[in-house]
Ligand binder design. Structure first.
Ligand code: NAP
Length: 286
């Protein structure tokens, strides 16, 4: 659809942002849903996140995706935020609710939707979360909401780990020593890698793979590459292995739904994402 004066506009802000998969994903969604909307990538310098929120208001932009390094600044600029955004102190999405701009965080619900789709029932499961950064904390908040039995956090930085554990309240624990980590993994059903370990070919594994077996469901949040050393070891040892594509897809389907009020064309979005990730992993030119 050629943009006209009536075309509605959404954007992703970040620095860097030109590599973002979001324009491809959302423009395909708008096209398949037959909506006269367009989605663009806007590079916004690191200290200008709050000004981008003002610009959204002034320019009548209908929806924003927010990526690094603006997630906290955008949260702090908004008067209205959802409970998910408040619990994380950050936003990856801004949507309009009448005259109000509202900040949201769709990563945690995207993670749960992806596991739901893979028919993983989280209720009363024991979970280990590797990493305590933005993704790790979003996952922890979502696991608490999904009423898991326990969440053990594994992280290098103890202070960040303790902050993440606090989000889990009584069901949270920090596995500090190697033997604590081993015990937690042995007792767990679900293991989530929320560290970047596995993005590079020569990365070490985030846990000892010998601890993995057919009782485990291993979800690596990494989506590029589509398979990591951890997922390969998990598969080899009989565990269920899931990559981060589902979470990436569904944090976007939730954004689409927030902005447009329409159901997201999930399969079309999955197909375009998968094709682009395959293309990038094969190193093909555009
Ligand atoms: P982040 O906020 O920078 O946090 C990174 C976390 O990984 C921190 O806990 C950090 O530990 C840990 N870490 C970093 N390098 C490490 C290393 N060499 N060894 C051990 N731990 C290390 O990043 P993020 O936004 O949470 O992203 C984490 C991962 O999730 C990335 O791979 C990202 O691609 C993926 N992700 C996927 C999706 C999706 O939709 N599938 C969404 C968001 C993120 P310290 O605290 O000790 O520094």
């Amino acid at each position: 659809m050629t943009p006209t004066g009536a075309t509605r506009v959404c954007a992703v802000i970040g620095d860097p942002v030109r590599h973002s998969l979001s324009p491809l994903l959302h423009n395909e969604a708008f096209r398949v849903a037959g909506l006269d909307w367009v989605y663009v990538a806007l590079p916004v310098a690191s200290l200008d996140g709050h000004r981008a929120v003002d610009a959204m208001r002034t320019l009548g932009i209908d929806g924003l995706s927010v990526t690094m390094p603006h997630k906290t600044a955008v949260f702090e600029s908004l008067e209205h935020v959802t409970d998910e955004a408040r619990s994380l102190g950050s936003c990856n999405t801004v949507f309009r609710d009448g005259d109000r701009l509202v900040g949201d965080s769709t990563d945690g619900r995207g993670f749960v939707r992806a596991l739901d789709e893979a028919q993983v029932d989280l209720a009363q499961k024991r979970c280990v979360v590797l990493g305590a950064g933005g993704a790790g904390r979003a996952v922890i908040a979502a696991l608490v909401a999904a009423k898991v039995a326990s969440i053990t956090v594994v992280n290098r930085d103890a202070e960040r780990a303790e902050q993440a554990v606090a989000m889990a309240g009584q069901i949270g624990a920090f596995a500090r020593s190697t033997s604590d980590i081993e015990d937690a993994v042995k007792q767990a059903t679900i293991i989530i890698n929320a560290t970047p370990l596995g993005m590079r070919e020569d990365d070490p594994l985030p846990i000892n793979p010998e601890l993995l077996n057919e009782q485990h469901i291993v979800n690596d949040l990494i989506y590029s590459p589509l398979s990591t050393g951890l997922l390969e070891e998990a598969t080899r040892r009989g565990a269920i292995a899931l990559n981060g594509l589902g979470m990436l897809l569904h944090q976007a389907t939730l954004q689409f739904e927030r902005w447009t009020g329409a159901a997201a064309p999930v399969e079309a979005m999955r197909a375009v994402l998968r094709a682009e990730l395959d293309r990038r992993s094969a190193g093909q030119p555009k």
